[in-house]
Design a protein around this ligand. Structure first.
Ligand code: PRP
Length: 177
């Protein structure tokens, strides 16, 4: 199986992704000028975005990772339930924190993670998501830094998987079927 078998169309080409990520990095760097920042990446989908975004951030920046699950294996619908699979190493106390996500869909994941992390006394806590599938939102969540609003189509590539494959593609594609 190749990714072309599953690809209906390219939604966001690699160069457009990289250009927007550079803009987001510059915007974050301006907003946190004179401060230190902690980027919290939500695995696994956010890892490609984080690794490109962080190269455009010019203030002192640390990173940490957490894993949560909101979808059953192979399922395409959010359950509305979120489980913490792997927690952070670093303390958030008195730090400026940005959550880095590949996509906000129903919003349940980011809502649950925000609620959890707020209890750890960060100095500030914001959300940066590459993709925003706003049409699907079930809970209101803030997205302070947004890469692209996308239509309600099943997308993959650049961190997002189809049954755990194709996260490594440099573009966002729409899945066939
Ligand atoms: C995806 C994505 C978000 C979440 C968004 O993760 O990375 O974390 O779903 O959906 P929601 O807004 O409806 O909660 P997924 O559970 O597919 O895990 P993955 O990143 O490891 O692929």
């Amino acid at each position: 199986m190749t990714y072309q078998d599953r690809l209906l169309e390219v939604l966001i080409p690699a160069d457009a992704l990289q250009q927007r990520i550079a803009e987001l990095g510059a915007e974050i760097s301006r907003d946190y000028a004179g401060e230190e920042l902690l980027l919290v990446c939500i695995l696994k989908g956010g890892v490609m975005f984080l690794s490109d975004l962080i190269r455009h951030i010019t203030v002192p920046v640390a990173m940490d990772f957490m894993a949560v699950s909101s979808y059953g294996v192979g399922a395409r619908q959010s359950s509305g339930q979120v489980r913490i699979e792997m927690d952070l190493n670093l303390s958030l106390a008195d730090r400026h924190v940005i959550l880095v996500e590949d996509i906000v869909d129903t919003g349940h994941t980011i809502a649950a993670v925000l609620e959890l992390l707020q209890t750890r006394s960060p100095r500030s806590l914001k959300v940066c998501s590459l993709l925003d599938k706003a049409e699907r939102r079930e809970v209101v969540v803030p997205i302070h830094y947004r890469g692209f609003e996308i239509p309600n189509k099943f997308v993959f590539g650049y961190g997002l998987d189809l049954d755990e494959h194709w996260r490594n593609l440099p573009f966002i594609g729409v899945a066939r079927g």
